[in-house]
Design a protein around this ligand. Structure first.
Ligand SMILES: Cc1ncc(COP(=O)(O)O)c(C=O)c1O
Length: 401
């Protein structure tokens, strides 16, 4: 059978749903309780139930559900007092939201280069970026791969910095015995359509700090306080609440997650052994100390000279044309137009940032720039495929030599 014929065997679709999601949504509509209400006066029950279950799922004391993963980062930044022209160190290799949430609070993101093997924030480079304006760090567990959180927390504690873990890719990733999101002051999640746990849109914040949890709730629900009159608004806050529809779908998706997570991890290891055995292919390396990976994306880096000088675009097109779903990895943040042109928020001084104009030159971020120029990723649903499809990918990549 030719590669083209074999590729006609379809790879799994995402999201995966059945009648249970449809029933859960219909139940919300029929109940007439279309929002969650307040902590004291529940309307619908789905958001309250989801918050409890997700906290347990991720091994945390508290969960506050919000409507997407971007505001999930913004709210704890506000709750931790990050604001005007404070500097926040963020990985350079991530989706724009990890940094745009910082910009939304009028603070300034500072980009940190990555480790060439694990592809996450290089903790060795963090201390060099700390100034007297630095107030927080946002490690991003890219593709579910944990940042070295024990070392990062030592640096944060020594310098009195807050840490918000962006766990949008890292549902149930475990680093050194602890679920990610529990190492820092807060952990944030996305349930956007492509994520391993999804309701199309959605987000959550976890924390183990009672006071911080209350403050995060207050900011995410119009400045209200628990147990107080609902038209009292104590501090700045706005409406970031998750909807009953999102929570109803997420509760069903959580039931499907354990089997999917197990299969993704099993197949990720199978594929990693086979791909790494090809001279010139390097799959993202799990950070030493990782016990389980969320595997939202499956990035690999190739050495062009081992494939006859192939470019990233050619590699990518060949995979896609042959029916293998692939995607570009994230363009490093320092080179995005919004940062290069410093066209961000009115009245904010970005002149001390390590990006903007000439400072956004790739030479200033050598590792991430090199890695981006020769990395490609598979979506996580690929890891739900049968072994013969995984073997097909391996054989196809070998055939490009
Ligand atoms: C690393 C990372 N952080 C934050 C987000 C933002 O999540 P959302 O799309 O739910 O706002 C995403 C979304 O893709 C992400 O990949």
């Amino acid at each position: 059978m030719s590669f083209k014929q074999k590729a006609k065997k379809k790879f799994p679709d995402w999201p995966v749903y059945d009648d249970n999601e449809i029933k859960a949504l219909t139940n919300v509509i029929k109940s007439g309780k279309w929002w969650c209400g307040s902590p004291e006066v529940h309307q619908g029950e789905n958001v309250w139930k989801f918050q409890k279950e997700f906290a347990k799922f991720q091994g945390a004391k508290h969960c506050i559900a919000v409507f997407n993963g971007t505001v999930a980062i913004e709210v704890p930044l506000l709750a931790l007092g990050i604001g005007l022209e404070d500097e926040v160190i963020v990985s350079d290799y991530t989706f724009v939201a990890s940094a745009s949430a910082v910009v939304a609070t009028n603070a300034v993101p500072i980009f940190c280069d990555i480790d060439p093997n694990t592809l996450v924030m290089n903790v060795n480079k963090v201390e060099d970026l700390i100034t007297d304006r630095t107030k927080a760090i946002i490690p991003v567990h890219l593709g579910g791969n944990p940042v070295e959180m024990d070392r990062l927390m030592e640096i944060a504690d020594k310098n009195n910095l807050k840490v918000i873990e962006d766990c949008s890719h890292a549902h149930e990733s475990i680093y050194k015995g602890k679920y990610v999101g529990n190492w820092g002051h807060a952990g944030t999640f996305s349930f956007q359509a492509s994520k391993v746990l999804t309701a199309g849109e959605g987000g959550a914040i976890i924390t183990n700090d009672d006071k911080l949890s209350d403050l995060i709730y207050t900011i995410s629900d119009c400045g209200r306080k628990k147990n107080q009159y609902g038209y009292s608004h104590y501090i700045y806050g706005t409406n970031y609440r998750m909807s009953e529809y999102q929570a109803a779908v997420l509760l069903e998706q959580m039931k499907k997650f354990p089997a999917q997570h197990k299969l993704r991890n099993k197949n990720a290891k199978y594929l990693m052994d086979k791909l790494n055995a090809i001279d010139g292919i390097h799959v993202m390396k799990p950070t030493p100390g990782t016990e389980m990976l969320g595997w939202y994306i499956y990035p690999f880096v190739f050495e062009p000279e081992k494939f006859g000088g192939i470019t990233k675009l050619e590699f990518y097109k060949k995979l896609n044309r042959n029916g293998i779903p692939t995607d570009d990895c994230y363009p490093p943040l320092h080179g995005l137009d919004c940062f290069k042109n410093i066209d961000l928020r009115k009245g904010i001084d970005y002149s001390n940032a390590n990006w903007g104009g000439e400072k956004s030159n790739d030479n200033n971020f050598p590792i991430v720039s090199d890695i981006y120029s020769r990395s490609i990723e598979f979506p996580h649903e690929m890891l739900l495929a049968s072994k013969d499809k995984l073997d097909f990918i391996v054989d196809f990549i070998k055939s490009l030599k």
